[in-house]
Ligand binder design. Structure first.
Ligand SMILES: [Zn+2]
Length: 659
């Protein structure tokens, strides 16, 4: 059956690509190739629904459920006994070794601070994922887990097994999520674990799909007879990797307890460099026969223990509370501290999130406070240290005026935080322009906060679009440092005009639309014009876009000021066409050669467009060439095409062809 074979091929390629990317961190397909295969698979599955299976990568986008159902674990999930110092550990090791009269090999694993889950595979297909719960019964969150790309939907071999792993959110993604929440006046998560848990417990798993979650697998129960013979835990972990699971690369096999203690010392500080939170180390006896022999107490295995790192907390004094106005106009308080050493670095600022948090902590300027850095990159104030001084310090009163422009601050319905009421607030505008120029948006690398502030203060820019109107001589009026010359800045701005549509949509700063949502939108709509004309209904029908996000996008494109900005962008030649969605076979079998500078897209984008309509590109003109797409300043290729009688297209001709 040809179609079924094709579907299998597509599924395998996509699964392999996910594995290489998310487990081995080694890209296997380009984004374009991936999108193309994915779209083809989706189309085939829509056409032949009988071939759609639960292990298909198209099942990763999520769906909505009414509630989570309890599920009784087939194998109990035990907890671990904890050790808090090396004496505890040595005692444990002595107890374990006593019966055997020799030192036993151990395996050290970083304890990931996330959520434990159990995954069931039948014939190599992921069928169920359940939270730990009380270890006996958990909740079935299969749909949500399917959105996590580090979880294989299908293993490389058709095995039956249950694996356990820890779902976590990388620290960098957590910081970003909280930053967005602060800007939007939403609630912030206390730590990456809570963020991972909150993301996993969404009844609408399209939300889970947008959160950056991952999983490290740390143990498995093999059910096939042939697999039950693993002699060591360490070998079984390697097998898990072979089957397609992500395992933590810092696992180490050691000979005795002394080497465990070396491992603890090593990771005591190194753990802060990792992009995931660890709160300790799990130590297990390596030999599986000995594990079985040692057995369990009522609640924990005797052959394993968890060492907990002490929390990283330190006392210092709160010198001031600094206020910043962000790109949504929200005013955020930041604690200014007496500099202090914490987790290997000097800390002089800490997060206070918002004014409700200050009230809750009753923190006052001059107080002695406890700050903590558990998993976060930016430390936070966790409490006021009891002191006699506290009572005589004045209570902190939230500001009533914007620290930047002096306008009145207002509250917004359903949101935490105070907002500047002035839509032209300088701080808000500068933050918007900074976001526009940032790496994940238009990536204008020579234009950072200080350049933006200067341009704004000199009244040379008042919005992001003004950047593109600057001339090299305007930029010469700035105080520039070192490698930043006016011409470099100018080039950097001009170069950003060619960013693809998904970047531009991100840069617009539409509420709830970050990079991921921008990708979804530009897969659906290849130009700003088409996106602008989308109805609310059309938007909310896109997979991965909920009603709230749809409304926010729709509102953005129906605001007069925004439309004016879009029109200006277009006039400045910033109007990219997206490349992702394979649209037709209009150009099937046709060979194109590109030459010269195109007006509305880069050559790469044009090339992707050709491919997405089934055509091919070549670098040199020959008799086989069907079309030469020529932009401004076309060179010898154009002459050659004329000599050979090849059809020459202008950019407009080309766009007309694929319309
Ligand atoms: Zn303001």
């Amino acid at each position: 059956m040809e179609i079924l074979e094709r579907i299998d091929y597509l599924k395998n390629e996509i699964n392999k690509s996910n594995y290489e990317y998310y487990v081995n961190e080694n890209p296997y397909l380009t984004d374009f190739e991936y999108d193309k295969l994915f779209a083809e698979l989706k189309e085939l599955e829509e056409k032949y629904p009988m071939f759609k299976t639960s292990d298909s990568p198209t099942q990763r986008v999520g769906s909505v459920s009414e509630k989570f159902f309890p599920h009784k674990h087939k194998y109990r999930l035990y907890s671990l006994d904890n050790s808090y110092n090396s004496e505890d550990l040595e005692k444990w090791y002595e107890r374990v070794c006593k019966e055997y009269g020799r030192e036993l090999e151990l395996v050290c694993e970083l304890k990931i601070d996330g959520l434990a889950i159990a995954l069931t595979y039948e014939n190599g297909v992921f069928v169920r994922g359940v939270t730990r719960g009380d270890g006996i019964t958990g909740e079935d969150i299969t749909q949500n887990l399917k959105t996590i790309k580090a979880i294989p939907l299908k293993l490389f071999e058709p095995k039956n097994l249950e694996v356990r792993g820890e779902i976590y959110m990388p620290k960098s993604s957590f910081e970003k999520l909280n930053q967005e929440a602060i800007q939007n006046g939403d609630k912030v998560f206390a730590n990456p674990r809570n963020a991972a848990s909150g993301s996993l417990r969404q009844l609408d798993s399209t939300i889970t799909a947008k959160r950056d979650l991952s999983m490290f697998t740390y143990t498995a129960i093999f059910e096939d007879d042939a697999d039950k013979s693993f002699k060591t835990h360490y070998d079984s972990i390697h097998e898990l990797k072979e089957l397609g699971f992500k395992v933590n690369p810092n696992i180490r096999l050691v000979k005795n307890i002394k080497e465990v203690i070396d491992y603890l010392h090593e990771w005591d500080s190194k753990r802060f460099d990792l992009d995931y939170a660890t709160d300790g180390v799990v130590i297990k006896v390596n030999d599986i026969a000995i594990q079985k022999d040692l057995g369990f107490t009522a609640r924990a295995p005797k052959w394993a223990t968890a060492f907990k790192f002490p929390p990283e907390e330190v006392k210092t004094r709160l010198l001031d509370i600094e206020l910043n106005t962000g790109k949504t106009g929200v005013v955020t308080p930041v604690a200014v501290l007496e500099p202090v050493q914490l987790a290997g670095s000097t800390v002089s600022r800490a997060s206070l999130h918002n004014f409700d948090e200050i009230k809750r902590l009753d923190v006052r300027i001059g107080d002695e406070v406890l700050i903590m850095k558990a998993a976060e990159i930016i430390p936070k104030v966790i409490k006021v240290v009891e002191n006699s001084n506290h009572a005589i310090l004045p209570e902190y009163i939230p500001p009533t005026r914007c620290p930047a422009c002096g306008s009145e601050l207002v509250e917004k319905d359903g949101q935490v935080g105070l907002y500047c009421s002035n839509p032209d607030c300088e701080s808000l505008m500068c933050a918007k322009i900074e976001y526009w120029a940032s790496k994940e948006a238009m990536d204008i690398d020579k234009v950072g906060p200080s350049v933006i502030r200067q341009l704004y203060d000199k009244k040379m820019i008042s919005n992001p679009v003004d950047l593109y109107k600057l001339l090299p001589q305007d930029l010469m009026m700035l105080d520039l440092i070192q490698e930043k010359s006016a011409s470099n800045i100018y080039m950097s701005i001009q170069e950003s005009k060619t960013r693809p549509l998904n970047r531009l949509v991100t840069a617009l700063g539409i509420r709830h639309v970050g990079k991921e949502t921008a990708d979804i939108l530009t897969n659906e709509y290849p130009s700003l014009d088409e996106l602008k004309n989308a109805t609310l209904d059309q938007l909310s029908q896109i997979e991965g876009i909920g009603d709230i996000i749809a409304k926010s996008i729709y509102d953005y494109f129906h605001d007069e000021n925004n439309l004016k900005l879009l029109e200006e962008l277009k006039n400045l030649g910033i109007n990219p066409i997206s490349k992702a969605k394979p649209k037709s076979d209009k150009l099937a079998g046709k060979i194109f050669v590109l030459t010269g500078t195109l007006e509305h897209m880069t050559r790469d984008e044009a090339s992707d467009l050709i491919k997405s309509h089934g055509g091919k590109t070549s670098s040199s003109v020959s008799k086989k060439t069907d079309y030469v797409l020529a932009g401004a300043n076309a060179g010898s290729k154009l002459d050659k095409a004329q000599n050979l009688g090849v059809i020459i297209l202008t950019e407009d001709d080309f766009l007309e062809m694929i319309k």
